[in-house]
Design a protein around this ligand. Sequence first.
Ligand code: HEC
Ligand code: HEC
Ligand code: HEC
Ligand code: HEC
Ligand code: HEC
Ligand code: HEC
Ligand code: HEC
Ligand code: HEC
Ligand code: HEC
Ligand code: HEC
Length: 314
Amino acid sequence: MGQKLFVAACLVLISLVWPGRWAKAAGPEPQQAAVSPPNTSTANADQFVGADTCETCHGDIAKKFADNPHSRLALEHGGVTCESCHGPGKAHVDAGGDATKIFQFSKASPRVVTQKCLTCHAGAHPNFEHTAHGENNVDCTSCHSIHKSVTETSLLIQSQPKLCYGCHTDIKPAFAQPFHHKVDEGLMTCSDCHDPHGTFKGTLQKPGTMLHNGPGGYEVCVKCHTEAAGPFVYPHPVIQTEGCGGCHYPHGSPNPRLLTRNNVNSLCLECHTASMKFTAPGIPSFHNQATQYQACTVCHSQIHGSNSDFVFFK
Ligand code: HEC
Ligand code: HEC
Ligand code: HEC
Ligand code: HEC
Ligand code: HEC
Ligand code: HEC
Ligand code: HEC
Ligand code: HEC
Ligand code: HEC
Ligand code: HEC
């Protein structure tokens, strides 16, 4: 009877606090979502003591929690409170604060921590457990802290890009190259291109790199560089077959325009070898040995495609 009442109360709660973007998750298993005690078989309403009781001993945490995004809705509707995450607190309180009698995130395995958070956040981050992060024991609290975050939004333990460099030390040098996306300067973030919670979309060269990408493998770039996207009457088909990564590094490069080669002509000649129709009538003879001459892009300047010229002069 107590259990039924509790579930009913939860459902009412959810209908009040559930943001629209969670609608997808709210469908299949809503009563699991708002409050998820660690041991559901014994949990029922009279095991919950309420945040006011927690506050009597954890005053600092409770006071700070009033400004937490998790309290935003709680203030209006009694939504997410201490026991929504830590589970029912009666046993813990009755034992005078025995830490083993309450759910401790610091002691739980990454998988359990993540599942705790996902009881409410699975709708927005459904893929997390199957991504490079989820599968390698990176859990929600590797990047987020509920009580000790340092950023104003998103409750991060560290702001970007420091947060990411903390583990991805190998990526840092790319952004120190002479030409780079201005991530270290704070004009862009890693998450402008990546979704640390996972998408299954990488590039054609590197699948699984969790990008805000589309089926072509280059849409993540085109959302800012619309001019490179077309559609063009005369597209350079490389973009369709190799994506932007056919010619550019995404993070940084020793070469201007983030190119993958220090000499534009040698980049072009990797595909446009002298054996192409360069000897046909009307094609200038210098194409054969072009590395000794001016850059191909001096003439073929609309290198991503053109609406008026099939050799991309204009
Ligand atoms: C009677 C005082 C008291 C009350 C009431 C109380 N706690 Fe505690 N709590 C403690 C003490 C003491 C500890 C142990 C602290 C330690 O070992 O550092 C503790 C530890 C904890 C821990 C584990 C800390 C860790 O190291 O991970 C959590 C989580 C916690 N309390 C949450 C709650 C919640 C949620 C409530 C309300 C449901 C609550 N407490 C109510 C006294 C209390
Ligand atoms: C959204 C989930 C969530 C809510 C709500 C929540 N906590 Fe926590 N709590 C955590 C996590 C995760 C940790 C582990 C440390 C961290 O991430 O900040 C934690 C850690 C703690 C600790 C251990 C001390 C520490 O800082 O490591 C205590 C005590 C605690 N919480 C008490 C509370 C109390 C009291 C409330 C209500 C005012 C509350 N928590 C609400 C998720 C939550
Ligand atoms: C590898 C680091 C990392 C991990 C692991 C991670 N997050 Fe995040 N999360 C971020 C960053 C960075 C942002 C800010 C994104 C932005 O501003 O574009 C964010 C934003 C969020 C937001 C607010 C905005 C949004 O996208 O909804 C929520 C909620 C969130 N994370 C929940 C979670 C949950 C739940 C987990 C575990 C399943 C998790 N995160 C795991 C890094 C991480
Ligand atoms: C009981 C449900 C519930 C649980 C469990 C829960 N959250 Fe949340 N979370 C919410 C609600 C509600 C919001 C506020 C959403 C809003 O304002 O749009 C929120 C907001 C957030 C945000 C966004 C903060 C911002 O700046 O907008 C982050 C990050 C986040 N939660 C991370 C976590 C992590 C990490 C865990 C696990 C330790 C967790 N949550 C557990 C319900 C929950
Ligand atoms: C707690 C450590 C940790 C943090 C913090 C972290 N990552 Fe990761 N990340 C990993 C691990 C472990 C892997 C899987 C092993 C690997 O590929 O290096 C991974 C994998 C990745 C991958 C896929 C790599 C591939 O080769 O497919 C990307 C992309 C990524 N992380 C981006 C980010 C971004 C962006 C951030 C910051 C928002 C971030 N990570 C923060 C640990 C972390
Ligand atoms: C301009 C978009 C963009 C930004 C900003 C960006 N990345 Fe990437 N990242 C990519 C793309 C695209 C790939 C796939 C690489 C490829 O196709 O060669 C990638 C690949 C990765 C990989 C996989 C390993 C590798 O070297 O290929 C990791 C890890 C990674 N990025 C982490 C980060 C981190 C950490 C940051 C922030 C410091 C960051 N990225 C910023 C676009 C970006
Ligand atoms: C969030 C917006 C954004 C995204 C996404 C983005 N870029 Fe950029 N990109 C910029 C900005 C802003 C600049 C110029 C400022 C600077 O020097 O960083 C730039 C510079 C460049 C340059 C050098 C241009 C020059 O004039 O030297 C190239 C090439 C480039 N980006 C390619 C890419 C590729 C490839 C991707 C996808 C992997 C991508 N960008 C994703 C914003 C973005
Ligand atoms: C066939 C190789 C190739 C591919 C594929 C390619 N680019 Fe480029 N891109 C270049 C070259 C070469 C330049 C330098 C042009 C110059 O110096 O005049 C350039 C220049 C740029 C610039 C600098 C501004 C400009 O237009 O000159 C941006 C931004 C850019 N590319 C973005 C992209 C994006 C986004 C994609 C994927 C949609 C992409 N590129 C695909 C070869 C390529
Ligand atoms: C990854 C391979 C690749 C790279 C690198 C590449 N191209 Fe192309 N390019 C192609 C393909 C494939 C076509 C289409 C050829 C066809 O349809 O016969 C093409 C078409 C062209 C065309 C249109 C004429 C035609 O035959 O359709 C010009 C001009 C051109 N490329 C110039 C360049 C220049 C200049 C560069 C260096 C900045 C370059 N390409 C780099 C593969 C490449
Ligand atoms: C001085 C200007 C100039 C330079 C520099 C130049 N081209 Fe051309 N390119 C042309 C002209 C002119 C044509 C013929 C256009 C026509 O048929 O209307 C042409 C045609 C082409 C075609 C199409 C050939 C075909 O079979 O239809 C390709 C591919 C091409 N150039 C690639 C390159 C590459 C790669 C480089 C650098 C190694 C380069 N071009 C340098 C002027 C130039």
